[in-house]
Design a protein around this ligand. Structure first.
Ligand code: GDP
Length: 429
């Protein structure tokens, strides 16, 4: 049993750290890749021999024939979007063979979740959360109300109709009563769901049992997180968080695997800070300095994979990343985007925050973040194009010093250094 290698790949920051690329590399040696939380509300960018893909619900092992891709019970499964996502990939790679398992316990994200998400953002006006309007918050609220429909429930006609009838009784009270919107006919939703029976029949499985067997057979299993530690609903920058747990600790629940089986937690961080969406961002840069950094990162398409919103950028935030790595219980770090910094004469790193005149190095409670000011330490730049380099020793001294400095600040060894968006642009330490 213990010969099975289980690695969680998760974000140490606000998401968009480049987990897709790291997972894509690791997926080459994996047997199983599991998504354990979230839904279509974020995207992993993968650049491979077929082109550039933004995967939303599909696990990143999709491009490897032998990998079993699992959408775990902790996810929000939107069947209609998943079908479109798969079709989009097959349009570009028609003969791609992939293996997909949808856990029988994954709840369905349905059209009313998206509708409620849109209506609520509209109601909030200028107090919007900046939701991607993928229905994630209403979905998880319904799940914890114990009203969501799990995938295993869609085959028994009478059962499904009754469940939907009861569900939409309440949904319509909210739609009509709170938002003055049109009610939803539960039979319309029934029709939309049952269309997917053949697809679900082909792909539904028992992920817990499958993963137990995979562990017994010593298989390599990757658990793939979405977004980052600072978007975790509990430990993140609440309320500017997602509605699920983005932490490796939750991977056990959301995938269906024992917590002690996860021995390796690879947290991904960027060599600078970037974030899509609202919320406090202490090290955020503005004006030309931000434009330049965004533009340099822009070679890698620095726009949210789903929303197309420009990313907010800043220099590396060691305070936030140290906390993010701690929340993830990271055993190693992958640092991406170091190539982006090659234009800088000097590289500032945010090593502390100043709050009410006091210097703090522990990431503070969310309500204090708005008044926190970044305290920088300045490192010399490396001023060299480093994209072709594959060995750590061959990097310029100042780039190596930067990596070692960050490693010390975060307190977790950096084992992968990504110096370009392509799969092969990677240095293993
Ligand atoms: P994820 O959700 O964590 O996978 O992150 P995204 O896919 O949203 O964003 C990461 C972006 O950075 C993508 O555009 C990647 O192609 C790009 N990227 C990943 N690693 C590197 C790197 O080392 N250098 C550069 N320049 N871009 C990178």
């Amino acid at each position: 049993m213990s010969s099975s290698k289980i690695t969680a790949i998760v974000g140490a920051n606000w998401g968009d750290e480049g987990k897709g690329k790291i997972t894509d590399i690791k997926a080459g040696q994996a047997d199983v890749v599991v998504r354990f939380q979230g839904g279509g509300n974020a995207g992993h960018t993968i650049l491979n021999k077929y082109g550039k893909f933004a995967l939303h619900q599909m696990p990143s092992g999709m491009f490897y024939e032998d990998v079993v891709n699992i959408i775990g019970n902790g996810c929000a499964l939107n069947l209609e979007y998943l079908e479109k996502e798969i079709a989009k990939v097959l349009e570009i790679v028609p003969d791609l063979k992939f293996q997909l398992m949808l856990d029988q316990r994954v709840p369905l994200l349905l059209p009313h979740h998206i509708l409620l998400d849109e209506l609520e953002e509209e109601r909030r006006g200028d107090r919007q959360f900046g939701s991607t309007k993928s229905g994630i918050a209403p979905f998880y609220a319904e799940k914890y109300f114990k009203e969501a429909i799990q995938l295993n429930e869609i085959f028994d006609d009478a059962h499904l109709k009754t469940r939907l009838e009861h569900l939409y009784e309440k949904v319509n009270l909210t739609l009509v009563g709170v938002y003055k919107a049109e009610p939803v006919k539960y039979m319309d939703i029934y029709e939309r769901i049952v269309k997917f029976r053949p697809f679900v029949e082909k792909h539904m499985g028992d992920a817990t049992a499958f993963l137990r067997k995979a562990r017994e057979q010593g298989k390599n299993i990757l658990l793939e997180g979405q977004l980052g530690a600072l978007r975790d609903v509990g430990m993140g920058i609440y309320p500017y968080v997602t509605s699920s747990h983005t932490l490796a600790g939750f991977a056990s629940v959301g995938a269906g695997i024992p917590p002690y089986a996860i021995t390796n937690i690879l947290a991904v961080t960027k060599a600078y800070s970037s974030c899509v969406g609202a919320g406090p961002f202490v090290a955020e840069l503005f004006d030309e300095e931000a434009d330049e950094l965004r533009m340099r990162g822009g070679h890698a398409g620095e726009f949210g994979a789903l929303t197309g919103r420009p990313r907010r950028v800043g220099y590396f935030d060691a305070v936030a990343t140290r906390y993010g790595a701690e929340c993830q219980a990271a055993t190693q770090l992958a640092m991406t985007g170091i190539d982006v910094l090659s234009y800088l004469d000097e590289i500032p790193v945010c090593v502390a925050y100043e709050i009410n005149g006091k210097k703090v190095t522990d990431f503070p409670a969310p309500s204090l973040l708005d008044i926190a000011k970044p305290v920088y330490e300045i490192l010399p730049g490396f001023k060299q194009d480093i994209r072709g380099i594959r060995k750590f020793d061959e990097l310029p001294e100042n780039a190596k010093a930067y990596v070692r400095f960050i490693e010390k600040q975060v307190g977790v060894p950096i084992t992968w250094l990504s110096n370009g968006p392509k799969r092969e642009e990677i240095v293993e330490l």
